[in-house]
Design a protein around this ligand. Sequence first.
Ligand code: HEM
Length: 401
Amino acid sequence: METSETLSPVVLDPFGRSQHQENARLRELGPVALVELPGGVPAWAVTHHQVLQELLADPRVGKDPRHWTQYAEGRLPVGWPLINFVNVPGMITTDGADHRRLRSLVGQALTPRRVEAMRPRIQELTDRLLDPVQGEFELREAFAYPLPMRVIGELLGLPAADQDTLHALSSVLISSSAEPGETLAAQRDLLALLGALAERKRVRPGDDLTSALLAAREAGDALSGEEVVGTMLTMLVAGHETTLNLITNAVRALLADPAQLTRVRAGELDWSAVVEETLRYDSPVGQFPLRYAIEDIVVGGVLIRRGEALLASYAAAGRDGAQYADADTFDAARPPGRHLSLGHGPHFCIGAGLARLEAEIALRALFARFPDLRAADRGTPPEPVASFISNSVRELWVVAH
Ligand code: HEM
């Protein structure tokens, strides 16, 4: 049986230059492939849909970093770029009862009702962002980024003036190619900014998620100050970087297939089907770090030893040919399947409803306003975001008439 000692790892490109090609190679190696993360850190990439789905719900796999031998023994490189996914206190770094407690307290704050109540405001923000747009413009900067940022910003009660600073810092956290130390500095600055906001909300609560997190109580229990700020950080990053990619990737896929766009605009296909197919075809999260084997696990002829790390390879699973016919083709008319791009199991995305709502409103409004929207010819194909965690392009130039 193969182990991390008998296999040689595939070095994951920290700049995420051709994630889909890289993922195709990893899938060929089997359901799990040994990879090398920045700093020479080994992990198992889980790239086949079925096995990923099983491992995401497997109690032998956890997210508490104390299960990770390399972390517990202090053997991570100083300033490691993925450290935020390992050590920030909150939902993404806890399991079992600790995790259920956090989720339930956060769930009290982010209720379906609160999300649905955002609908008119999301529409208003969308329309306002589209009003000044004309001619050739860069879609991410003008639209796909500010919309989810304002939505999560308003939800958390962040002052609009801080939002661009927070985005710049959060982009560092999800970059797998950040310079040593850059991530730690960004994490420290973000925690300081969010900590100051939490303090202001403690003194003067408002009708926002931060105040709701501070107020959430269950059986005499509440979130600690550190947990509130860690959760705000996760919500901020998860709440806008991903939806930004989803909107960008959907527009890109539709502009590359005008016939399909025509069918959507004619009402033959729903916007929700476009959103789900984009999630599958071009998962906004490429690889999600990290999980850890709590026991030895045998999968696909490989022994993952207790204490080793796993990556959830969402973009790879979305294009698994064993799960989807013509997996490399964007087809919003395909029979609805259950993609994994919003996670699965206990850590399923807590913002899924909000993400879907935002993306549908954004896409419908964009194409209603600009029925002839097309990709601008910039001479070269768009560059990818420099990270294997984030899966999208850095810029998407389009022409509106
Ligand atoms: C297109 C948009 C989004 C995508 C693709 C996405 C994807 C995901 C995925 C794949 C996970 C599971 C991570 C893992 O453990 O492997 C996750 C978890 C999470 N997401 Fe999202 N997400 C999106 C939007 C949002 C939004 C809008 C919010 C907040 C308002 C949010 C908050 C979270 C949080 C807090 C978790 C951690 C849940 C836990 O560990 O229990 N996400 N998301």
